[in-house]
Design a protein around this ligand. Structure first.
Ligand code: GLS
Length: 832
């Protein structure tokens, strides 16, 4: 396998390996080599950005070394791999994570000191890889981390958006303003461009069916290039290093010379520009037709390029196509990658000459689908006309799948036309639409929900017909998980150090169940003191952050109550802020003496609203308006203050999560599929204030209900309550009306009494998210939080016991469960 002399290669590679050691002197040399030769700079003009780039590149060298070993081992052992298709990978920053996973942070700290820099400042130069929106994207990142740590051969496939999730800033009035995040402006030292491995992807054109399920054709159209950029994902103290491969779109021809020579400069680059647009932004707006087309283009471009890669890898094995599912498991993260199903069929039937039935059987053994929602409207559909225009051959294939599928449904449930209409891949109407979730369900081997309650509701509410048709075994649950590397070890050094000291080693970082052993310290006064001290370090860090980025003055002794997540009506940030207003109104009525007996609060919010989501944006305005009033109220602000932290991101979460005393996960029952920040907060010794929804249920079971604050209506009652609202029979508690009156008086909007009316009117018109039904029990739960917090000793005991029970919520457990129960993929030992 070596071109030229084997010995020459082996000696050279050995010498490279020897240069990767982690003695400080060697690290100095590695970094300075990148300064001198890669950046082509001299020591006198190395600023923090240059030091970040050079030192990060030296870390990348180490990652690449492990990565090559990993890929060689996987190839030699002909292992089965899992391919995680996710339109979002919210990786955050890579540098600190790599230093910790490779156990080289100390050397780099010392080296940078010697070279005249502070590691902390250099780490701060890195920009977040914000290639996602929220929980779904961060889950994908946690799962890749865990596959590497657990030795499971995996690739993540995604798009390399040149603008990730927008940057959120607040206007002087307190409204969300979106600005672009060109995160690649200064390059990304953690990615490896693979310009030689570009793939051609076709769009538009003409298609024809083959006879009797034989090969069809797809001709004409436009070809664009998909160029892969690889990001290595290191395991914790492990050689195994998996990959996230992110595709960038390029024009096949960078510009049209003939048009250019004729002076038509715009036309000369138009085609290339159009191609580049595909990976310009994450989730283009769907408010207009062009946005919808672009989204569908993104989905096809990404899945087709990824499958092309996977098939190329498979062909090298020289195995028959029937063996494809023995080497390949593709996990579809939500419906976004569902076009992979007809695309693989197209490859098998049109390009590889497989018979339809055999091809369909291969497809159904290859794919697995995770559903991440409960909102029927969140299940994607695409207009048939749009699919046919952009992907004419795929539309034929989808119709053919539907033909066979509905014939089979008819065989099983003869004469049930209503059922056929409900289950069809095509929704009748004008225009007709392709139901991507139905295609994902029938084209996959297994469908899973992401928390126990969610998986039950997926079966009973979203896909009951499919449960009857495919059987219960087709559906399963894998409760989400989070990586303890980033979400405790890295983000909370104070608590991690204490835990390691108590447990005697860092073994817990990869075996999170070991935290159970903390229970025996829950009554140990000295340990509790240290625990509380660690929390105070984290609270101080957050308070410093708040005071340096906002105009707020905060009370460092206050109970810190955090709600950070995407802003959405179902997540009910509005319930939280209405509760804050109620608390404020009560504080105003108290005498100074009475106030001193109240537990001081700092309520922290963070999260982005979708740019076109009016009600979510108004909620942000309400939170910032309340924050302004409270902060200006000198007699109240030490007892109650509100901070809205702009531009919530993975890096900001790393500061927020360790600092909470309680965090709020208060969606209307039956609306949040799982939630994952709930797991992160509890792992970091904060307590849960939540509804009986998503993974809160299992978190409560694990931590013990005595350590959580639950409130609110239960899922089975939601329907009935909604009907009652529709019938105008709802009751509005006086506490809520008091808050509404205050808002209508303009007390929080400089006299503009109707500013928040659209938000309030949702409560009085149907109250779909049941704010009025949950308001009193929410206030009660908050009262219990205050009462519990006063008893510091028992509070800390609750926190320790909660953290101790979080083992089950490790993403290591989750990916191992996927590997065993769903993918049938084995871990591989790279050292052998
Ligand atoms: C989401 C759900 O809304 C979350 O409840 C869930 O934790 C997450 C990961 O499973 O997936 N679905 C989605 O579209 N975005 C999410 O964050």
């Amino acid at each position: 396998i070596f071109p030229g002399e084997e010995k020459a290669w082996k000696d050279a590679l050995k010498s490279n390996e020897q240069q990767l050691t982690n003695d400080v002197k060697d690290v100095n040399a590695q970094i300075s080599r990148h300064v001198e030769f890669t950046l082509s700079r001299q020591p006198f003009n190395v600023d923090e950005l240059a030091m970040y780039q050079a030192s990060a590149l030296s870390v990348r060298d180490k990652l690449v070394h492990n990565w090559n070993k990993t890929q060689t081992a996987h190839t030699e052992k002909k292992v089965k791999r899992v391919y995680y298709f996710s339109l979002e990978f919210l990786l955050g920053r890579a540098y600190d994570n790599a230093l910790l996973n490779l156990d080289i942070k100390q050397s780099y700290d010392e080296s940078l000191k010697q070279l005249g820099f502070s590691l902390e400042d250099v780490l701060d130069v890195e920009r977040d890889m914000g290639l996602g929106n929220g929980g779904l994207g961060r889950l994908a990142a946690c799962y890749l981390d865990s596959t590497s740590t657990c030795g499971i051969p995996a690739w993540g496939y995604t798009l390399r958006y040149s603008n990730g999730i927008f940057k959120q800033v607040l206007s002087s009035k307190g409204d969300q303003v979106e600005i672009p995040d060109p995160w690649l402006e200064s390059g990304n030292p953690f990615e490896v461009p693979r310009l030689d491995a570009a793939v051609e992807i076709k769009l538009y054109g003409q298609a024809s069916r083959g006879e009797n399920g034989k090969a069809g054709t797809w001709t004409g159209g436009t070809d664009i290039l998909a160029v892969p950029y690889d990001i290595p994902i290191p395991g914790f103290r492990a050689t195994a290093t998996n990959t996230v491969r992110a595709w960038r779109s390029r024009g096949k021809v960078s510009f049209d010379l003939a048009a250019f020579n004729a002076g038509a400069y715009d036309a000369a680059v138009r085609e290339a520009e159009e191609a580049e647009t595909i990976t310009r932004v994450l989730y283009p707006s769907e408010n207009h037709e062009a946005g919808k087309t672009l989204r569908l283009k993104q989905q096809y471009f990404w899945t087709a390029a990824s499958l092309h890669d996977i098939c190329r890898r498979f062909r090298k094995l020289r195995e028959p196509w029937s063996a494809f599912p023995d080497y390949v498991a593709v996990q579809l993260n939500d419906t976004h990658p569902t076009l992979a199903i007809p695309e693989l069929l197209r490859i098998l039937v049109d390009e590889e000459g497989q018979e339809w039935d055999e091809a369909w059987s291969i497809v159904r053994r290859t794919f697995f689908y995770t559903c991440h929602t409960l909102m029927p409207e969140a299940l994607e559909t695409w207009s048939v006309d749009l699919v046919g225009w952009l992907l004419p051959r795929h539309l034929q294939i989808i119709y053919d799948i539907n033909f066979h599928f509905l014939a089979d449904v008819e065989r099983k449930f003869p004469g049930d036309r209503a059922r056929l209409a409900r289950m069809s891949l095509i929704e009748e109407g004008s225009p007709k639409r392709v139901r991507m979730s139905h295609l994902a369900v029938i084209g996959s081997h297994k469908v899973n929900g992401v928390a126990e309650l969610h998986s039950e509701l997926v079966q009973s509410q979203l896909f009951p017909d499919f449960v009857e048709y495919l059987g219960r075994d087709h559906f399963t649950n894998v409760t989400n998980g989070i990586t303890a590397r980033r979400w405790l070890y890295q983000c909370n050094p104070a608590l991690s150090t204490l835990i390691t000291k108590a447990l005697g080693s860092e073994h817990w970082v990869t075996h999170l169940d070991e935290l159970k052993k903390l229970q025996k310290f829950a009554k140990n006064e000295a340990f509790k003191k240290e625990w509380a001290a660690a929390k105070q370090v984290n609270r101080n860090r957050l308070c410093d952050y708040i005071e340096s980025t906002t105009e707020l003055k905060v009370n460092r002794k206050a109970l810190i109550d955090i709600q950070v997540k995407r802003i959405h009506e179902y997540k009910r940030q509005s319930l939280n802020i209405l509760g804050v207003i109620y608390r404020y109104l009560q504080l105003k009525k108290m005498s100074p003496e009475e106030r001193k007996r109240v537990v001081p609060r700092l309520s922290v919010f963070g999260g982005k609203a979708a740019p076109g989501y009016y009600m979510a944006k108004l909620t942000i305005r309400l939170i910032t308006a309340v924050s302004k009033v409270l902060n200006a109220d000198e007699e109240i602000r030490e007892f109650l203050n509100v901070a809205f932290l702009a531009d919530y991101s993975v890096s900001l979460a790393e500061i927020l999560i360790p600092a909470s005393d309680i965090s709020e996960h208060i969606s209307t029952a039956g609306t949040e599929a799982s939630g994952t920040s709930n797991m992160k907060f509890l792992l970091n010794g904060g307590l849960l204030l939540g509804t009986v929804d998503g993974a809160n249920v299992e978190l409560g079971q694990a931590a013990g209900e005595e350590n959580c604050f639950f409130f609110g209506v239960l899922e089975p009652d939601v329907r009935e309550l909604r009907l009652r609202h529709q019938a105008g029979q709802a009751q509005y508690p006086p506490q809520l009306l008091e808050v509404v009156d205050a808002l209508r008086s303009g007390q929080f909007s400089a006299g503009e009494g109707d500013l928040f009316e659209p938000l309030l009117s949702t409560i009085f018109n149907g109250d779909f998210y049941l704010l009025s039904d949950d308001f009193l029990s929410y206030l009660e739960a908050q009262k219990m939080v205050d009462a519990a917090f006063v008893d510091t000793s028992s509070w800390v005991e609750k926190c320790i016991n909660t953290t101790a029970c979080m083992g089950r919520f490790s993403s290591d457990r989750a990916v191992q469960q996927y590997a065993e129960e769903i993918w049938n993929v084995e871990p591989v030992d790279i050292s052998q």
